[in-house]
Design a binder for this molecule. Sequence first.
Ligand SMILES: [Zn+2]
Ligand SMILES: [Zn+2]
Length: 145
Amino acid sequence: MDSTQVVAEVERHCKEQGLRLTPTRRRVLEMVLDADGPIKAYDLLDQLKTEQPKAAPPTVYRALEFLLENHFIHRLETLNAFVSCFHPHDQHQGQFLICEQCDSVTEIHDHGIEKLLATSASDHDFKPERQVLEIYGKCRNCRNQ
Ligand SMILES: [Zn+2]
Ligand SMILES: [Zn+2]
């Protein structure tokens, strides 16, 4: 799926679920999708300001919140940055391989890992609300240099 297809998929999903994909929410989604890698909220704001000079931090944060809540994007906690998700039709938590050298991020998207962690948590009588699994290392490109 490329970013246009993801946006179309998200639009369809929102229509079905009665969610409001406002132009700003849609634009922020596109910017996350078009980013080369994880993108931070203030970079999104800078980009948005070139089109909507009146955009303020809450504009971006509210849009990000909506996109996160509906699993259209993921947030990488340690980097405090956002990455696109190419499985908008499939509710899931994210597992990410993050290259420490070039910052490239690959989503694994494995329901098995998700279930395993959820079971483990409930074995400890803990109710998880969300999981973000970040695995740090070096991608193939960087290892071959
Ligand atoms: Zn995802
Ligand atoms: Zn790399």
